[in-house]
Design a protein around this ligand. Structure first.
Ligand code: FBP
Length: 576
């Protein structure tokens, strides 16, 4: 990449380290914590994770503290391997901070022994399976510190599923003589990490496998994982854009902006951006599902807000729409399930044009869904028939839900203008559609993500040094000052649930959707009514990279979910 001023400046940024990593990794020991109740039954654990059953969360502590702990609870490093050979994979969608995980891992390895080697597998898991790698060197790492994207080694979405793929992965780690493998990825990639760890143990391969929680979607979190990395930067980037649009909308006063935001099934990104910008409407899929809201009801709600604002002379506004919305609307959800089945029907291959495929689907749908399919704008029904991803799922980023909503709102508004005397026929409805996703996934990581990711890399290195396989590198206490962050290892199997994939019961890391009882949603719920009619949007502006209070703000979600005195000064969440 050609250097820019900010790029050059960011290369020099020194991530803040938590106190635990201000000492040498060699001086760290770990204490075991009480085990987590797994959702998997004993039989399932024995089937999929036989070597992990006894694993409990561990927290790294300094050797000095060790003496103070009860001996049986604390493990000292017994057989330290100081010269390590480690491989790293970046997997799935880009998330800001991935390069810093690698930098932290690299620095940790070199600190242990300058002869340690770090290999980067190219283009995700594919690189592991085909043994395509490069050695990461000082020069290369230094070109990527604190930069966004995954371009240092590339990323990919291949999953390790077949016996042949597992065998090839084993062969690669043996050929490279790896002591450790770090998988930086989302729920599916970390599920892979857990299965690889078991496979290596079963084949008497001592390579330690460690996962790192990555995804802008924010859905890889649980009692122990407070946030996945990349969420902070991505949501701040989208919020900057939304805030700018808000200012533009309230200046020109003529456009309604419909903004779809990435995040797959979960609405965490939309919720966080709503907390940052105070839009007139933010749809939260999880709530709509909980209420059983139909598409018609959603359209009615939006139309009503447009009419109410018009009564105040405000012919503009902002609507935030989560990418996964369509899968949460009961009638569309059933429609997608039926279409998935019809797309798997071999007869559909006989129809070469979209129109013919559409009429095949329309004819074969159950009668109650025929009407729903026919009611959709033509471009949306076409998009619903597009090819599925390798796991058979609809490719949500390609479905222009924002345009569908605009068209349906337009129809509803016109119909009310004609039928309802209280709705003025003069209400204008000019609209602009946006989709924000790729804009935020590779942004320069915020200070938070830079620091967090660097610590995750150090934590992954410490897990490998201690031969702890099948764990997720975890940094906790994220709403506190960086100094106080804690380094943990959480057994991957403890985050799993069982899902049916391709007809077979499979363990997968559980996706975290927006919880309606959580403080972040409740804060939104308390405030949204006043935001609907107000034009007093919040304009957060661009991410700041100064190493001061403003450059170190955390997301509203984190601040609300994990209240701590250190963010109170900058992030005001007074109850309304
Ligand atoms: P991950 O789940 O791999 O982290 O990807 C996140 C994401 O950005 C989603 O928000 C989005 O739906 C998807 O990737 C888009 O994928 P692609 O890059 O393949 O278009």
């Amino acid at each position: 990449m050609t250097s820019t001023t900010l790029h050059t400046k960011r290369l020099d940024y020194k991530p803040r380290r938590p106190d635990i990593f201000k000492t040498s990794i060699k001086n760290l020991a770990y204490e075991t914590k009480s085990s987590i109740k797994s959702e998997l039954t004993i039989a399932q654990l024995q089937e999929f994770f036989p070597s992990s059953i006894q694993k409990t969360p561990i927290r790294f502590i300094r050797q000095k503290q060790v003496q103070k702990q009860a001996k049986e609870q604390t493990k000292k490093i017994t057989t330290p391997l100081s010269e390590l050979r480690v491989g790293v994979i970046l997997s799935g969608g880009q998330a800001p901070g991935g390069h810093n995980v690698i930098a932290g891992l690299y620095d940790g390895l070199k600190q242990l022994n300058t002869q340690s080697i770090l290999y980067g597998f190219l283009m995700g898991t594919e690189g592991l399976v085909k043994n395509k790698h490069i050695e990461l060197t000082d020069t290369l790492i230094d070109r990527y510190r604190n930069t966004g994207g995954f371009n240092i080694i590339g990323s990919g979405r291949t999953k390790i599923e077949t016996p042949a793929q597992f065998e090839s992965a084993l062969q690669t780690v043996q050929e490279c003589k790896l002591n450790g493998l770090v998988v930086i990825g989302g729920d599916d990639s970390n599920t892979n990490a857990a299965l690889l760890s078991e496979y290596f143990i079963a084949h008497e391969c001592s390579c330690v496998v460690v996962g790192v929680p990555k995804t802008i979607d924010g859905d890889l979190k649980n009692k122990y994982i407070e946030s996945s990395f990349g969420f902070d930067t991505a949501t701040k980037t989208y919020s900057e854009l939304i805030g700018n649009i808000a200012r533009d909308a309230s200046s020109a006063r003529k456009y309604w902006h419909f903004i779809r935001l990435m995040g797959r099934a979960a609405s965490h990104i939309t919720l966080e951006c709503a907390l940052s910008t105070h839009p007139n409407i933010a749809l939260i899929s999880e709530e709509l599902l909980n209420n059983g809201s139909s598409l018609k009801e959603i359209i009615n709600t939006i139309t009503q807000v447009i009419i109410d604002r018009a009564q105040n002379g405000d012919y503009f506004g902002l609507v935030l729409i989560p990418e996964g919305l369509i899968e949460f609307i009961p009638d569309i959800r059933s429609l997608i399930t039926e279409i998935n089945a019809l797309l798997a029907d071999t007869r559909i291959k006989n129809f070469t044009t979209t129109e013919k495929r559409k009429s095949f689907v329309q004819k074969n749908l159950p009668s109650k869904l025929k009407e729903v399919f026919a009611s959709l704008p033509s471009h949306i029904s076409t998009q619903l028939l597009q090819d599925r991803d390798p796991h058979g799922n609809i490719v949500l980023s390609q479905i222009e839900t924002e345009k569908m909503i605009i068209e349906m709102v337009n129809v509803e508004l016109n119909s009310r203008k004609q039928k309802n005397k209280t709705v003025s026929p003069e209400i204008p409805f000019s609209h602009v559609a946006h989709f924000f996703g790729y804009e935020g996934r590779s942004a320069f990581p915020s200070n938070f993500d830079s620091n967090y990711c660097y610590s995750l890399g150090l934590c992954a290195c410490t897990l490998i040094y201690n031969s702890l396989s099948g764990y997720m590198a975890t940094i906790r206490g994220l709403a506190n000052s960086t100094k106080q962050w804690e380094a943990w290892g959480i057994p991957l199997h403890s985050m799993m649930t069982i899902e049916t994939r391709k007809g077979a019961k499979t363990p997968v890391i559980k996706k975290a959707l927006v919880e309606l009882n959580d403080k972040a949603f409740r804060y939104f719920e308390r405030n949204r009514k006043s935001w609907a009619l107000s034009s007093d949007y919040a304009v957060p502006g661009a991410i700041q990279y100064s190493d001061d209070e403003i450059g170190n703000t955390i997301t509203h979600t984190l601040a609300l979910e994990f209240p701590s005195p250190s963010h109170k000064k900058t992030q005001n969440h007074t109850k309304k």
